[in-house]
Write a protein that binds this ligand. Sequence first.
Ligand code: G6P
Length: 608
Amino acid sequence: MCGIIGAIAQRNVVPILLQGLQRLEYRGYDSAGLVVVENNELQRIRSTGRVAELTTRSAATSGHIGIAHTRWATHGVPSERNAHPHLSSNLIAVVHNGIIENYEELRTRLTAQGSVFTSDTDSEVIAHLINSYYARGNSLLVATQAALAELVGAYAIGVVAADNPSQLICARKGSPLLLGVGIDEHFIASDVSALLPVTKNVVYLEEGDVAEVSLHGYRIFDAKGQAVERPVHVSKLSNASMELGEYRHYMQKEIHEQPQALADTLEGVCNSQSLIPGIFGAEAAAAFEQVESILILACGTSHHAGLVARYWLEEIAGIPCTVEIASEYRYRVSVPNPKSLVVTISQSGETADTLAALNHAKALGHPHTLSICNVPESALVRLSKLHFLTRAGPEIGVASTKAFTTQLAALFLLTLVLAKQRGRLSAEKEQRHLHALRHLPSAVQLVLKLEPDIAQMAERFTDKRHALFLGRGLHYPIALEGALKLKEISYIHAEAYPAGELKHGPLALVDKDMPVIAVATNDALLEKLKSNLQEVRARGGELYVFADAGTRFHSSEGVHLMQMPEHAGYLSPILHTIALQLLAYYVALQKGTDVDKPRNLAKSVTVE
Ligand code: G6P
């Protein structure tokens, strides 16, 4: 979603802004723009192309203070006039991430007062509103604070004024924003990755904070306008972790990073002899004693991780579990159970609906909250009492891969800890599970070796328009995730069904043009799945079977077999999902889509 970068320095900031935008591209965008202040004038350049095009257009521009933006359209089509920064009277320039809910009312009022709007966005009202206060003689900081007090909705903003080349104002509420601290230069950005080329020292703004940033320092004011200190963090992200290296796409790189990501996520646990609740936070043991059910809230791929966890939690830990899509839960009238542990799952920790769902759960009186998240300083982690950090490293590809498998690893740990605490895990079983977890990274390596075979299989999908994914039990959510990956990046319409539902509808769609991808694991449901697959073959459907060792599937006419290296028991979903990630990746490659930045999608969905 929208990305913001801003800079004030003694050097020309245009290259810093452009490089920052490039590093924010992964969030998803459809247009981009920048403003610099030079000779008391705003110089604005915008483009509906890629950041590379903006770079070409900016060749002759320079300045020592500026703000820039990648836009993901919400209000108003993707076009140059709707791209940020938005200006008011060529005096105030604003970049905005979020949604201003009362923009129509403000627009009507400001238009009546003489403001001239030139875009269809909600964001433009912010520029005119700030200008209306600035024109009354307020400082840029005070004018911005006054304007923010009138906004309803979510925002992260950066503001500059043509007649004030020494200050950049920024603020956040509901959308992420941080400050970058350099030596006599300062920056603002939506995430730390944009700043890595210039600084690793960052300050995370809190909800409602407004900051005045200048060459030599910055001042932060909280929602009540009180001056506050916020700690400076040294980011552990390395520049190298953001680079593509030998891979063609970030998605491919991230698929291959999974053995390491899993090893890193499980590191503390696998080195110890037994599992303790403390891995979820100091107060976890006491909280877990009190909980009698689990409520998982998440969106997209993270929601699929929750669906897998439900099978584990109920079967291994014997604890009732419900899994809900965050955007549904937050608006549904539900019956709260204060003895439920509310588990939110998110790669970014900034997904608007997941954050809102957590706040909703808290407002309903749920005291026990745990987040499983990949970004340590994210809003989600800060809002939850307990947390577990997946250590997948930065995930750039819009389609989530390593974040998903590390979430699964974390959820499996949660299952084991709860099972142990509830007396359902013998010492012997605990050791067996720990052994399986230690083996996981090498099991994943073996799946990655299937890459050339899966690439070959993918060639058969190039002319397909639809696909059906089947799984049963623990692997039904993996079928869902496989279908999601395929549709996200190859634009092939894909649906997933629990195989037992085949006869209740989707079988009507099966013919020779409908590939059916089956997750065939060597477990108690294998024979039932085989019968379901016979039903597909009998209707001329082409089968693509990802089969565990020992399942005795054979390739034959209309049956294409992908032999998985082993059966990983409870951890099998992690292995199967990686095979399906590779399938989606190679189908997308065949189709020539923009794998890392699929159309219309955003990595970080910071608006609802
Ligand atoms: C977007 C991303 C998905 C992700 C979902 C939830 O749709 O494209 O990859 O699964 O948001 O994001 P989160 O950061 O909360 O896991």
